[in-house]
Design a protein around this ligand. Structure first.
Ligand code: FE2
Length: 374
């Protein structure tokens, strides 16, 4: 979808043009069952597969698609693998945010020259559908960015993957594209990673929250948002702020072991329908107290939707200068209180919902108290 470029993004130095998110790869302990979950609960469709039957010996990957979102789920096939070690250290989590670029060799050399740590050097792969070039760098924790150049490729997904044919195709639920992906980093490291995205990737900082904006009695966080030049890639980066008790960001860091992706925000054009579907399919969301809805319209003003279905579904509302947005957060999708999803519908607003940040924060804290990890 073509987006208008707000002025705020023009500060980005676009030496590394990025067309969008290419795919997200999660390392998971059971890729086959995880794929079933994302099909059944989130309405992702089967796209591509690589594993024993395609000649891959050490791991297997299922790739699912919905709208412009491609999700790759990878598990190891034997003991002692790097993927297995990653899962042992972090639990299921996001390993790679792949970025679709025009030139993966240039992007890699430019990023490394500007201080990025290499994940892997530019590598070409081809099959009878053409060729791709990919390269990779590290970002916070063990998370990586893969630069994907696919202008000379016409296949289903990537060389070495087969089309994944499955008769099991629960209906899509209206997820269109990745709106943003949030990283949690250790105390004192937020500015360093903001600088990383500015210097290494040419991003601009577009928003910041501090602990005066977002805090509860016990915990606080600080957050800054970086974006690339066309605004299609937005990465909020959170660090814990000092509070009376363990913050949710610290809880994440304790369970994940390092910095990592906290949530994946996916956009829909009809959040009421999307969230109704997700709830029917068994996805758990954070609960917002009913009294949130008593005063929310005083805060955000008039909206197109009826308030009642938003309240019934626990969808949050926030406004900025350009419009408003509707959003909701799932509970963590794995056993550890780490990665979760956000569903977002933007109605003009380009921001991230400071008021909702606060509501989210309080909701997570209630969950934390139930887990006994506050
Ligand atoms: Fe978010």
């Amino acid at each position: 979808m073509e987006q208008e470029i707000p002025k705020i993004f023009e500060e980005a130095q676009d030496f590394m043009p990025i067309n969008g998110t290419d795919y997200i790869e999660m390392y998971v302990s059971n890729s086959k069952q995880a794929a079933h979950f994302y099909q059944t609960a989130f309405g992702f469709q089967p796209l591509a597969y690589a594993g024993l039957s395609t000649g891959r010996k050490d791991s297997e990957s299922y790739v699912l698609v919905q709208g412009k979102i491609r999700l790759m789920l990878t598990s190891p096939l034997s003991k002692g693998t790097e993927i297995g070690r990653h899962i042992d250290d972090h639990g299921d989590g996001v390993k790679t945010i792949a970025l679709w670029v025009e030139n993966a060799t240039y992007a890699y050399h430019e990023a490394v020259k500007r201080g990025a740590k290499s994940f892997f050097e530019p590598t070409e792969e081809s099959d009878n559908e053409g060729r791709i070039v990919k390269s990779g760098i590290y970002t916070y924790g063990e998370t990586t960015h893969v630069f994907m150049e696919r202008k000379d490729y016409n296949g289903t997904f990537l060389p070495a993957f087969q089309k994944w044919e499955s008769p099991y195709q629960p209906a899509e639920i209206g997820l269109n594209y990745i709106d943003h992906m949030v990283g949690n980093v250790a105390l004192g490291e937020m500015n360093q990673w903001v600088e990383f995205y500015k210097k290494v990737m040419g991003f601009a900082q577009i928003v910041s929250f501090d602990d005066k904006d977002i805090s509860t009695e016990y915990t606080a966080l600080m957050s800054k948002v970086v974006s690339n030049g066309n605004g299609r890639i937005k990465f909020p980066i959170n660090e814990p702020a000092v509070g009376k008790r363990r913050s949710q960001i610290e809880e994440y860091l304790d369970f994940y072991g390092t910095g990592g992706v906290q949530h994946i925000a996916v956009a829909t054009d009809n959040i009421i329908e999307t969230v109704s579907q997700l709830r029917q399919r068994g996805v758990d969301f954070l609960h917002v107290p009913d009294n949130y809805y008593d005063v929310v319209l005083d805060r955000v003003g008039e909206i197109d939707e009826d308030l009642q279905p938003l309240k019934d579904l626990n969808i949050l509302i926030d406004r900025d200068d350009e419009g408003y947005l509707l959003q909701i957060f799932t509970k963590p999708v794995g056993p550890r209180p780490t990665v979760f999803f956000e569903i977002i519908q933007r109605k003009g607003a380009q921001s991230f919902g400071k008021g909702n940040f606060q509501a989210l924060f309080e909701a997570i804290e209630r969950e934390q108290a139930l887990r006994g990890t506050l």
